[in-house]
Structures are given as structure tokens and as C-alpha cells.
Design a protein around this ligand. Sequence first.
Ligand code: ADP
Length: 639
Amino acid sequence: MPLLHRIARRLTGPLLAAFTDQRPAARLIRHSAKKYWKLLALNFGTSLLASLSEGATLGIVFLSVSLISAPENSDWSKFSILGNLSQFDWLHDWLSSALSTRTGRDGIFVLLLITAVVLQGLMAVTSYVNSISTAVMGSRMGAEITGKLNDRVLSLTFGCASRYRVGDLLLYVGSGGSTVQTEISLANGLLMNSLQLLIYLAILVAISPWLLLVASGMAAIMQAVQKLLLPRIRSISREQQVVNVELSSHQNEQIQGLRLLHSTGQLESSRKRLRFLLNESKRLSIRQSKLSNLVQPISNMLPIISIALIAALSLFIFKDRSSGVLPSLVTFIIALQRLNQRVGSLTGLATSYAANSANVERLNEILRDDDKEFVRSGGVPFTGITDGIQLDDLSMRYSPELPEALSSIQLRIGRGQTVALVGSSGAGKSTIADLLVGLYDPTGGRILIDGVDIHSINLSSWQQRLGVVSQDTFLFNASIASNIGFGLERASLEDIKDAAAKAQAAGFIADLPEGYETKIGERGYRLSGGQRQRISLARAILRKPELLILDEATSALDSQSERLVQQAIEQFERQHTVLVIAHRLSTIVNADVICVLAEGRIQERGRHHELLAQSGLYAKLWSDQSKHPNQTSMAATPV
Ligand code: ADP
């Protein structure tokens, strides 16, 4: 029947999709499912057993009703079940003799009831085992997938990851596991319900295909209702996802940017935005629940109408049967009612599938490879710099539609040298530092370490030997000591104190309530910008880096701290290789090479006195800063 076929296809579609979908989320779920094939087999076996017990129970119902509804003077030898048992002599004889007496018939009735109860008990046990195995599998897979998604986010290059918003990345990792769990329990529900549905269908066809046709008509009406509602539910669910991501991003950014909100008087506008998003989320969730809850009452009403119709029709259809109208009608109605429950469950499951599909789509977004770049692994381990670093014709364009941030940079940083980069904001100084760290890949040219392309060197071994101090210092919500010792498990407290002293941080740390054990509030709220920068410097010094990169490392310091930190850096510079990006030219006068950058190119290079003698950009900057010694930022200084 094309109609039934269509209904079956509609309901089994998601089930088949679990096996045939080639998108990355489905492949990941299947890959994990293979690992748990024993649990899956248990799942399938229990589903099958539960369905068979359910079918057998209905057979018992039919027999019981036949037995108690038959008139006292019935000819039991014509009873169809006896005909079916003719090849089992002993059973046939035993049943014939039992049926011939009133007490015998009562005994069989009780036996049938006991069998029905045992079958239902078996079904309850198998359903329980089924739910537990689904839950165990879901939890294991959920944990595995959360771990995998976390690995996934960490495997993205910094450049690629920073194209996503914090809220998006948090949601990818946070909700992936539960999405998969939901998907698996839905798939299991679909399987179990579909099997039972097939058994009821077989029973119904056996009793009366005509009555089943009436029931199919009802199912078709239900199908039409679904067709109307499901796309709407799906689209609201998608809208809801977008608003929720927006909400979580906003909350995150709001808390992380509290200082900015307070200092720019933006609290009210942030509050308004949050209220707007909350209202949107509320509105969508009410619309969503109005629609999805509509499906159920409609599905409940239709079976009642169809039962009334069937009862009326059965009087004509069953009137000539040897067992009479009642057993067939009762069994048909029970089977139909159970079938309706299954169809109801399947409809509910299909709705949940639609709602979860938005989450699965999000999983596909993070799992697809074609729009992502990954941190490279492999390469020879980095052991140290013996000669120097060469930037060879280096160019960088952050994205094809943007102008080049760096063009044809030629620069050598010899081992033990201090190279300074100066220039106005946006000239490309930090880009050079980021390329050296390996946060981005250059779009042209090469970085050579002792003549070896950085691409052939193991990236993390290189990064572990760098010390980077930048304007934006990230501190963990942990003790000062563990913040300084971050990434160096074996650093002793003595080493940490020594590094802090060199970074001129020992003084203020000693004044803190618990010294080195003081916990820093989230994002270092309880420390000033200058203090945080000194912690970051101590962190870098402790690593005894092969290359120290100071990206405006003293910009947040007051002039007294700056002088002290400057002395520490100068001491460090004598023995190490350093790349320093500086606002204040007074801090780099002793550098071996000073490069003046403008618009992504090195315009001038040389030592301090050589550049002054050239009377070019550097000389102009120097004279500007000498006239305004308090000016700390060159952002406004034209080069
Ligand atoms: P500087 O450190 O000299 O202030 P940057 O290296 O930060 O300059 O920036 C150089 C240019 O590259 C600027 O035009 C800046 O807007 C752009 N830029 C920097 N980082 C990114 C990024 N992640 N994505 C796109 N453009 C960027």
C-alpha cells in the first residue's frame, strides 16, 4: 500500500539516516558506535525480545477472551487452535480433554493469565536492560565525544580558532556530548518502536486488513498534521539556537569585559541587549512549546475516533467467525491501541529528532575539515638556537580580501642579539611576533631557524622554548606561583621566586595576603595591569627562553616600575636572544638592530645613533618623544 509505505518511510527515515548519513557528525557517532558493538547488540536483542513478548501477549489475550466469551455448549473440537496443534498429539489431547470440562477451561484461563503476566514481566525486564544499555552507551560515547570535540578545538590553529566566538566554541564542546547521547537514545527509541510497530501491524493484518485500512486512513491524517507542524518546529529550533549562542556570547563577553563596560558607561546598553536576547529566547521557547505540544493531543484524539469506527464496522466483519465478534474485536482494539502508542512515540521521536537536528548540524560545523586549518604536528624537535633566526622575504595577509599586513620582510635576529621593532600602530610589529611564535602561517616567504625552515621543526617544542610577554596578559584563576610556573611542572618555588625577583614582581607579591600562594581572581581582576605584566615577564624569564619576545611588555607599567623592569630586561638581553616591540624609544636605545616599520615594510634599520644620523622616520619619532616624554603610545604619532 503506497500510503503505508510512505508512512513507514517517513518514520524510518531518521533510523536509516543513522546508517547512511555521510556527514562528519554521523560518521563520528558511527565510529564510536563500532567501539560499543556489544552494547549495541544487547540493545538490538532486547528490543527484539521485548517486541516478541508484546506480540505473544496479544495472542494470549485473544485466546483468553475466546475462552471466557464462548457459550457453555460450544463445540470445542472446532476451536481453531486445536486444528493448529494437530501435529503435537499430547498437547492436542490434553487441551481437548481440558476444554471439555468447566474446571478444565477455568484452569486454562488461569494458565493463560499467568503466561500473559510472565510475558509482560519479561518485556519489562528487557525494556529495562534496553534502557540501561542505551544509557551506558550514551554516557560513554558522550564523554568520548566531548573529549574529541575538545581535542578538535585545540587542534585548530590559533588563527582559525580565533575566527570563532568564545560562546560558539564553548557550546561546541559543552553540548556535543549531550547531542550525541540524545541522538543515540532517539535512534534506540526508533528501533524499538519500529519493531513493535511491525509486530502489531502483522497482528492487525491477520485479524482484518479492512479494519487496518480504516486505521491507515487515520494515520494518513496524522501524517498530514505532522507535515504541517514539523518544518515550523525545526525552523524555530534553529532560530532558538542562534539566539542562545548570541546570549551565551553576550554573557561571556559582558563578564570578561566588565572593566570596559564600567569604564565606558556601557552597563545600561549591555543590560538592554541582554534583556532583548532573553525576551527573544523566551518568545521562541514559548512558540516552540506551543507547536510541539500540539502534535500530541491531535495524535491522541484520532485513535479514539478510529476505535469507535472500528467497533461499529466489526459487527459486520466478524459476525461469521467461529470464535464470535468479541475476541477479534478486543484483540484488534488492543493491538491498534498499542500501535497508536507506538505511532505516537514515533511521532514524538521524529519531533525530537527534528529538534536535535539543529544541534547535530552544529556538530557538523565544527567537525567538517574543509573550512579549517589545523596545528601542524611532527617535525624535528627544537633543541636551541646556535646561529640565529632569519625572516626571509616574509609576507602576511590575514585574509584574501584584506591588504597585506607584512610585505617582503628581510630580517636577521642573531643568537644573543636584541632586535627592536618600532613604528606606529598597525605597522605590522605584532604580526612579526605572532608569525615567529607560530600563531599564524605566513602567506609568503619563510622563517629559518639556523637555516632550517620553521615548518620542519616541531611546533610545540619550538613554542615551549619561547618566552612571550605581550600587552594582553592571561592569568589563570590559580596561585601566583602556579601562574608564574605555568607549563613548567618541575619549576621549584626557589626558581619561581628568582624569576619574580628578576621581573621586579617580588616586592608586590610579598605584600599580597598569602604571598606566592595568593589566588588570582578570574582574568587577574585583583592585580593592576602593570603587576600582571610583571607576572607575565617572570613567567617568561623562568622558562629560560631561547628567544624572548617582548611585545610592548612595559606599556602598562608606571615609570618607576618601568625603570626597574627595564633594568631586568637589559640584564636578560645581554645573555639572550630578544625581539622587542616598543612604544617608548628610550627603552630600546641599546638594541643591536632597530627596525622602523610602516605599512608592513621595514623602512629603516640600524643602531640608535645610526638611525638618528639618518634624520628619517626614527629621528622624527625620537624628537617627538623627547618633546613629549610622557607620551606612552605611538598610536597617535604619525610616522
Ligand atoms: P602593530 O603591532 O604594529 O600595531 P599589527 O601587527 O597588530 O600591528 O597589525 C598589522 C595589520 O594587520 C593591521 O592592519 C591590523 O589591523 C591587521 N591585523 C592584525 N591582526 C589581525 C587579525 N587577526 N585579523 C585580521 N587583521 C589583523
